[in-house]
Design a protein. Sequence first.
Lengths: 135, 135
Amino acid sequence: MVNQQFTFAVHIMAALAFSGGIIDSQTLAQSVNTNPVVVRRLLLALRRAGLVETFSGKYGGARLRKLAGAISLRDIYDAVEPRPVIAVSQRKAWRHCPVSCRMHAIMTSVAESAEDAMRAHLADVTLKKLVRQIG
Amino acid sequence: MVNQQFTFAVHIMAALAFSGGIIDSQTLAQSVNTNPVVVRRLLLALRRAGLVETFSGKYGGARLRKLAGAISLRDIYDAVEPRPVIAVSQRKAWRHCPVSCRMHAIMTSVAESAEDAMRAHLADVTLKKLVRQIG
DNA sequence: CGATTTGTAACAAACACAATTACATTTTTA
DNA sequence: TAAAAATGTAATTGTGTTTGTTACAAATCG
């Protein structure tokens, strides 16, 4: 199955930004159309990154910890730490082949710079911009 | 396991560029450290994109169809068509939630532009540059 | 104290990817 | 023309990843 953590996390953050208040994991799960436990797992990651705060007990839930204008999709991306967009082969090289011997280092650098390019783009998209598209 | 088709394809193309001639799928598989059938499947995709040509029969194999300087990693990326770097949720929206109702369109646009940013970066890396790093 | 919610572990189900086997087809060359 | 060697391709299996689900302790509010 494809990794949807980033999409789910953005959806959760957009809902929190849109509401401006506290939402519980059950309601967020309904909006994302998934399980509350899946939501709570993501909220933990977002909390670790300082993007949300969570509250136990009655009337508990989660809410943003920064202004929507101060949170970018790159912040969310880095918070959930999805697998690298380009997977580098970790296999043993074929000793007699110069290409095989150098590919790991080369692809590692390519994967890193490609991901940085994508993250730089995500940095330009703030939650505020997203919420403005909702209404 | 994460999708390694792009990494494998770049490795194959780098080997073909480095050699300059015809290499069979068995030898390429040894360099990549995978199965010849996996290599042949990728060669089919690369051929469809016009990047290589393949030859059946004795002394068959594959070779580049363009100069290494005229092939970018974006060409290879587009040839193998890996899954989108950002997976958009395809689930049914929650009708009463405006966030849920708009997220699909919003995330589709985000995923597309993010991928384009990454592809634009890959377009700057030619096979020739890669081969120069090998030796 | 009772109701409600998060935090978290443990396990099951669904899915994607690569490896492998097998064989028809194509091509070379002896 | 026949043997050898390579690709093209389908089908199946194995392995790992991700999500769903259940369960329950801890925390919080009224």
